[in-house]
Design a protein around this ligand. Structure first.
Ligand code: ADP
Ligand code: ADP
Length: 239
């Protein structure tokens, strides 16, 4: 049930090799943490899988969307590293969700409109988008905060809003880059628990970069990256 795979990924920045032949796969409801020292290629790997960075070698494959009949069209896979910019950004908006460290919410918009934004970008009318957005507040434990602006939220609350925004399009894959990086330990644990459980319930895969081993331990698998290569792979027993 693989939904996203990278095969032989290579990425170079001038004389720096950020990825030197990485193979990675994630399945539906599967969560993967990427760990490693600073400069080891974690962000480059996440951004390459997310179609933000184009690799110099290898392939990024995303399972094709199911057609009306439930059967994926064509070969069943899309080479996203080969897509043009326009199709790629459309695909990212529709099939991927993103959670970053902080500062990702628009400060002038109430929480519910921040969550509704990806739907509005897809052309959904504001009223319907906000109504859909509101459904995510209870599962994420932020009921009652719909009208608050980001400045009136705690760090943990803001990250829950960011998770809601990532999930509102019902993506196939959620990418999280240091999602707990700005939070204290207790809040980190709460946020990563919600992120992994709600992503799984929604049926999406999760790919997360983190420095925090306690946060990574909430994922099904942990990849250790060093100098652009996977050096270690941990498989936890299914939760
Ligand atoms: P990490 O996320 O593990 O800190 P990165 O993926 O950000 O590592 O970086 C891997 C290597 O690639 C580092 O040596 C970094 O300096 C280099 N690198 C990353 N992005 C760029 C870029 N846009 N231009 C030049 N070098 C980069
Ligand atoms: P690091 O984890 O190495 O500190 P950052 O998380 O700051 O790196 O991310 C740096 C890269 O992430 C940038 O090159 C940028 O392209 C990408 N990036 C950051 N935020 C976004 C965003 N909201 N949408 C798309 N790309 C982003």
């Amino acid at each position: 049930n693989t939904v996203l795979a990278g095969h032989g990924l290579v990425k170079k920045y001038g004389s720096t090799t950020a990825l030197s032949g990485v193979d990675v796969e994630v399945g539906e409801r599967d969560s993967l943490a990427i760990m490693g020292p600073s400069g080891s290629g974690k962000s480059t790997l996440l951004h390459t899988l997310a179609g933000i960075v184009r690799p110099d070698g290898g392939q990024v494959l995303l399972r094709s969307e199911r057609s009306e009949t439930g059967v994926p069209p064509g070969e069943g896979w899309e080479r996203i590293d080969k897509l043009g910019e326009n199709r790629l950004s459309a695909l990212r908006r529709k099939r991927f969700g993103f959670v970053f460290q902080f500062g990702q919410l628009l400060p002038e918009l109430p929480a519910e409109e921040n969550v509704a934004l990806p739907l509005m970008l897809e052309g959904m009318p504001r009223g319907r988008a906000v109504e859909r957005a509101r459904r995510w507040f209870a599962p994420l434990g932020i009921d009652g905060l719909e009208k608050r602006r980001p400045g009136q939220l705690s760090g943990g609350q803001a990250q829950r809003v960011a998770i809601a925004r990532a999930l509102v399009v019902e993506p196939d894959v959620v990418f999280a880059d240091e999602p707990t990086g700005a939070l204290d330990q207790t809040t980190s644990t709460e946020v990563v628990r919600l992120l992994t459980s709600v992503t799984r319930e929604q049926g999406a895969a999760l790919v997360m970069v983190t420095h925090d081993a306690d946060v990574a331990a909430h994922c099904d698998r942990v990849l250790q990256v060093r100098d652009g290569l996977i050096t270690h792979y941990t498989q936890y027993t299914a939760a």
